[in-house]
Design a protein around this ligand. Structure first.
Ligand code: IPM
Ligand code: MG
Length: 371
């Protein structure tokens, strides 16, 4: 056991570019810890392809234990061809979905904030990007990702049938709605609930339960409802209208990729996946960039580490109560970007930095801000 005043962080690079970007997130965390005399214990553990090669398991017991004991988890990425080559049973036993379910990480926060220096990198026009600063709160352990029955069956006539089940209980909806409203209270106070209540019963329940939570506990905040297809359109038409979006697992997955492009690159987006607050005040918390393992550029030091570094900022904000330092990390990143630091994904074809050089650029701005 660690001393209660020591913050322990399980660090998991995982697969593909997860390793390179997490190395940069990790060093920024160490820099803040050093400058603020924060006692942090970093525990590096294996996950994914490397773990399978070394231990025959994607998610070895040692890793699972380190994750359970930690105050927060910094995660890189999972997936890719080498991962897909692992036998299905071993792959499924340790998949990211299993991690989300086993740690009950029901609330996934995906902030999307545009940096003026990167207007050019976005596929959208500057005039629609101005003022864009929102968070998508995605339900992460329910809906069609986990619903039963599921599978592929062969019917008597030889036809095959694929089945997935989309289902939500009121408890599942209400707890994520609470997270969204609490978050909105620290921001502009506006929540937009997104579902497909025009065709789905689970969507109707979603809308009713979010409305009930609002009316009971958050009547001072603004709540609107939007159909998911319209939301996809609004995200590219006028994304700055949103403050907090709360939506289910599948719509959240799709809409967050869509929203990401406003920032110029999926490589810019961090996330936090949070469990319920336990009786002792602790809550499971996993921080990871939204981008995947990007096997095509893995190991080439081409990846953008900003998603991982911003994930560290979220860790400081949500797990360690260090909102000021989180703000400074965000400022260091926009300072670095404003002074021309670019990885390939946001360079628009001009000169770009390596993953570690981008880490250097942010670390040097941050050092100045922390002194
Ligand atoms: C995400 C990813 C995952 C998801 C994949 C890797 C299973 O796309 O976190 O958005 O679909 O949830
Ligand atoms: Mg996704």
């Amino acid at each position: 056991m660690t001393r209660p005043d020591i913050r322990s962080v399980a660090v998991i690079g995982g697969d593909g570019i997860g390793l390179e970007v997490t190395a940069q997130g990790r060093r920024i965390l160490e820099l803040v810890a050093e400058k603020r005399s924060l006692p942090v214990k970093l525990v590096d553990v294996d996950y994914g392809v490397d773990a399978y090669k070394a231990h025959g398991e994607v998610l070895p017991d040692l890793t699972r234990r380190a994750m359970r004991d930690a105050d927060a988890i910094l995660f890189g990425a999972t997936g890719g061809p080498a991962f897909d080559a692992i036998p299905a049973q071993a792959r499924k036993a340790g998949s990211l979905l299993v991690v989300r379910r086993d740690f009950n990480l029901f609330a996934n926060l995906r902030p999307v904030k545009v940096m003026p220096a990167l207007y050019e990198a976005s596929s959208l026009k500057q005039r629609v990007l101005e003022g864009l600063d929102m968070v998508i709160v995605r339900e992460l352990v329910g809906g069609v990702y986990f619903g039963e029955p599921r599978g592929i069956e062969t019917l008597p006539d030889g036809e095959r049938r694929g089945v997935n089940t989309h289902a939500y209980t009121s408890t599942q909806i209400r707890r994520v709605a609470h997270v969204a409203f609490e978050l909105a209270r620290t921001r502009k106070g506006r929540v937009c609930s997104v579902a497909k209540e025009n065709v789905m019963e689970a969507g109707r329940l979603w809308r009713e339960e979010v409305q009930a939570v609002h009316d009971a506990d958050y009547a001072d905040l603004e709540l609107t409802h939007m159909l998911a297809d319209n939301c996809a359109m609004q995200l590219v038409r006028a994304p700055a209208q949103f403050d907090v979006i709360v939506t289910d697992n599948l719509f959240g997955d799709i809409l967050s990729d869509c929203a990401a492009m406003a920032t110029g690159s999926l490589g810019m987006l961090p996330s936090a996946s949070l469990g319920p607050v336990e009786d002792d005040g602790r809550r499971a918390a996993l921080y990871e960039p939204v981008h995947g393992s990007a096997p095509d550029i893995a190991g080439k030091e081409l990846a953008n580490p900003i998603g991982s570094i911003l994930s560290v900022a979220m860790m400081l904000r949500f797990s360690f109560g260090m909102g000021k330092e989180a703000d400074l990390i965000e400022r260091a990143i926009s300072d670095a970007v404003a002074s021309g630091a670019r990885t390939a994904d946001i360079a628009n074809g001009s000169r770009h930095l390596s993953t570690a050089e981008m880490g250097d650029a942010v670390a040097s701005k941050l050092t100045a801000l922390l002194n």
